[in-house]
Design a protein around this ligand. Structure first.
Ligand code: K75
Length: 371
């Protein structure tokens, strides 16, 4: 077990990369998908089940945990890993995006942002310094810089202004983070879909220096074509020897396209949220289990899947428990979706390592086209 944080690039295939991030709490095989554990739980999953799907790391949220149960309480109880019974790496988002997307009555200044809790309307403040303090209290292994997330749509001037504020906040985040061996601080590239701002942001972050670099500001409704258009150049400006993390992505084909463009890590609520709403991801595309055509179907969701849902239950059963609003429905479908997402990641890691990523991508898309 290492005491320090390091990234080993094992192989590349085109722009795609595979490697290992070594942390004191265990290794993270890349490309990696992080299940989202917003309120100290990956919804409908026990931590041991999350591990059984193949996840090496999960994501927590500063915004939610600062509001409830508070970072100070989690610290008093031994930190987030002990609190939620997950002893492997945790990456925590810094709060800026959730303030923009969830909180009320936001006031933005150079210092930071004040806002009212979406839970009880209480007033709070987040600054780069406070976000670093919260993520330290949580015991996060990978800390995200505090960034400004502009309300959309935003014009070029607003995007530039926001990106430059985020770069000043990135410097303050680094200053406040200090020197914490075994813990990592990731900068977040901003700049919207503007190639020149993306390059300016990357140069600013490299000047400050981080253990990893996130691509922020995507998966905010721009659509896959625009996102891929940005990913065709944005990661190129980031250091090759550090992990690249695309925030908030995505659907299976988004994930594959992002890895093909040089992304190493991703997170998304999609597999878990969809598991609770009856949307099932399979190698042949999406199955909506609530559809009546599944009511008498004795087959598993996916014959080729080894997860508990596919190994032990029929579509008819999964249709029944979904329609009956039984808790086991969300449990089984979430487990399946997370298992399938991790299978995609393992398939890509193997293919990039073998230099066959082109063929793997062709097979991935061909299977979905068959339906
Ligand atoms: C502007 C900006 C930005 C990024 N900044 C931080 N801290 N977290 C994010 C989380 C995201 N989730 C999604 N889509 C679901 N896009 C995201 C982007 C960010």
């Amino acid at each position: 077990m290492t005491e320090r944080f390091s990234f080993e690039l094992k192989a590349t295939d085109g722009k795609a990369r595979t490697g290992v991030i070594n942390t004191p709490r265990g290794e993270i095989r890349t490309p990696a998908f992080m299940p989202v554990g917003t309120a100290a739980t990956v919804k409908a999953m026990m931590p041991e089940s999350v591990r059984a799907t193949g996840a090496d790391i999960l994501l927590g949220n500063t915004y939610h945990l600062m509001l409830r149960p508070t970072a100070e309480r989690i610290d008093r109880l031994g930190g987030l890993h002990k609190f939620m019974n997950w002893d492997r790496p945790i990456l925590t988002d810094s709060g800026g995006f959730q303030v923009m997307s969830l909180a009320g009555l936001r006031k933005l200044t150079e210092k930071g942002v004040t806002f009212k809790s979406h839970i009880d309307g209480s007033k709070h403040e987040l600054t780069p310094e406070r976000s670093m303090e919260i993520q330290k209290l949580l015991g996060s292994d990978i800390v995200m810089c505090f960034d400004e997330c502009p309300a959309l749509p935003a014009d070029r001037d607003r995007i530039a202004e926001s990106m430059r504020l985020s770069m000043r906040w990135a410097a303050r985040s680094k200053e406040a983070f200090g020197d914490r061996p075994g813990h990592a601080l990731f900068g977040i590239q901003q700049g919207g879909l503007e190639a020149d701002f993306r390059e300016e942001s990357a140069e600013a972050l490299k000047e400050i220096g981080f253990d990893g670099y996130a691509v922020g500001g995507l998966a905010v409704g721009e659509g896959q074509e625009a996102m891929f258009g940005c990913l065709d150049h944005a990661p190129d400006h980031l250091p090759k020897d550090k992990p690249r993390y695309l925030m908030g992505v995505g659907k299976p084909d988004d994930i594959v396209g992002a890895v093909a463009r040089g992304i190493d890590m991703m997170d998304c609520v999609l597999p878990s949220r969809s598991g609770r709403t009856g949307q099932v991801f399979t190698r042949r595309g999406v199955v909506n289990i609530k559809n009546a055509r599944h009511a008498d179907d004795p087959r598993p969701l996916d014959e080729a899947c080894s997860c508990p849902a596919c190994s032990n239950y029929s579509r008819a059963y999964l249709h029944h428990v979904y329609r009956s609003n039984e808790m086991i429905s969300g449990m089984l479908l979430t487990w399946h979706n997370l298992h399938y997402f991790q299978e995609i990641m393992q398939g890509m890691r193997d293919a990039i390592g073998a230099g066959t990523f082109e063929d793997w991508q062709a097979e991935f898309h061909a299977q979905r086209a068959q339906g």
